[in-house]
Design a protein around this ligand. Structure first.
Ligand code: ZN
Ligand code: ZN
Length: 406
């Protein structure tokens, strides 16, 4: 168990989510183990552990920019946007995953346990995020990482709407909001470039083992470049009439044992554990003839995709029904829900990708594809992310009235 705790402490740090020194991980082995020697915080968390039927508990003060973002969301930079006991994620996938994220004022075991009894994570005002796992510490890690993702997306999206509203009404944005917002922009402008020398295999694989190696390599690269949380997103490759696809809920940076091989002719019922987006991948392959398909949730494409300005559109429904023809980073934005329903992305995305190098799903993420290897889809995903981040910065620059500078 201790090696698992250290594995997730490492992942939290590597993905820029929380530093070791600011994190406490408790997990149940033969007995309860803690990543930190007993102190007041550990005692409080142990009490939460006693109040719940869980196997692991994670508490950390997130690293910047998440710490300030969460503080801002909780404070509410506009009275109408204050958290009021909970934060409601705006993007589709974490909204499905979380519903909402409760906020409690005190680091009190009873309050924390009460909030966690019906939700996967809780924000403790001015302290941090608490999450848990019922069967494995991985669940605590996934919920933590998702809480960071969804608060990030919500903050930058809400800020965009707020600035637009201010610009429209000719009023000056709140001073305290602006100070923090500009500081947060500093974080995203300086977002690190992908690690140098990252080059993916370019040769098509020879056999099933080769496909799995290729998928694992591409999955790791996508996580390393922070184009997806390690959990959400999926990836597939078609080889000899079989689609090899990541299993649902698998960590993209550890795919070696989490790939399903599903025959394209439907001759097998395997695929129950395959990604929930299997049908979308199959349809993309059918429409485009592409064999390497990548799906991630880079933050700025998600944020920018939700910025629909079409008259008459109810933005809370755009992910299902928006018919506004829009392009971001030179790829189309389409509506599309998770799953196989009539407004599902398995219908909208493949059609949109017939002539394009990728597609952005409203409030959800990006699909890219190519023939032969993941090098091109990976580069495209990276480029779409960078272009959307630049578009966001340009847009807020305009809204702040200084033509691109802020
Ligand atoms: Zn997705
Ligand atoms: Zn719309």
């Amino acid at each position: 168990m201790e090696h698992l705790i250290h594995k997730y402490l490492d992942k939290l740090e590597k993905q820029g989510l929380a530093r070791r020194g600011k994190t406490i991980f408790l997990a149940l082995d033969a007995e309860r183990v803690s990543s930190r020697p007993e102190d007041d915080e550990v005692r409080t968390l142990s009490r939460v552990f006693d109040l719940m039927s869980i196997n692991s508990l994670l508490f950390a003060e997130p690293d910047e920019p998440y710490r300030s973002i969460i503080a801002e969301l909780v404070r509410g930079f506009e009275p109408s946007l204050s958290a009021q006991g909970k934060i409601v994620p705006m993007d589709c996938e974490t909204r499905t995953f979380f519903h909402d994220i409760p906020v409690v004022n005190d680091f009190s075991p009873e309050e924390i346990a009460r909030a966690l009894s019906h939700r996967k994570s809780v924000l403790v005002k001015d302290r941090g995020i608490v999450t848990y796992g019922v069967v494995a510490p991985e669940q605590a890690f996934v919920s933590f990482s998702s809480a960071c993702f969804s608060t990030f997306v919500k903050y930058f999206y809400d800020s965009l709407l707020y600035l637009r509203e201010c610009a429209g009404a000719g009023k000056k944005p709140d001073g305290a909001f602006l100070i923090t917002f500009k500081r947060m922009l500093g974080h995203i402008e300086g977002a690190s470039a992908p690690p140098a020398g990252l080059s993916l295999t370019d040769a098509p694989p020879e056999d099933g083992d080769g496909v799995i190696r290729m998928l694992a390599e591409a999955g790791r690269a996508v996580v390393e470049c922070r184009l997806v949380d390690s959990f959400f997103g999926n990836i597939s490759y078609v080889h000899e009439n079989t689609i090899y696809i990541s299993q649902t809920g698998s960590s993209l940076d550890e795919l070696e044992c989490c790939i399903d091989a599903v025959p394209l002719d439907g001759s097998s019922s395997v695929g129950i554990t395959a990604s929930s987006e299997l049908s979308a991948h199959k349809n993309i392959h059918r429409e485009t003839g592409h064999t390497a398909i990548l799906h991630g949730h880079p933050k700025f494409p998600v944020i920018m995709s939700m910025y629909c300005l079409k008259e008459g559109c109810d933005r809370s429904l755009c992910h299902k029904t928006c018919r506004e023809k829009r392009y971001l980073a030179e790829v189309p934005v389409v509506s599309g829900e998770i799953g196989t329903g009539p407004t599902g992305l398995m219908h909208t995305v493949p059609e949109a990708m017939r002539e394009e190098r990728g597609a952005i799903v409203y409030g959800h993420g990006v699909f890219t594809s190519a023939v032969g290897s993941f090098r091109e889809p990976f580069t495209q995903l990276l480029e779409i992310d960078t272009a959307c981040r630049k578009e966001y910065l340009a847009l807020v620059g305009t809204l702040l009235g200084n033509g691109g500078r802020h």
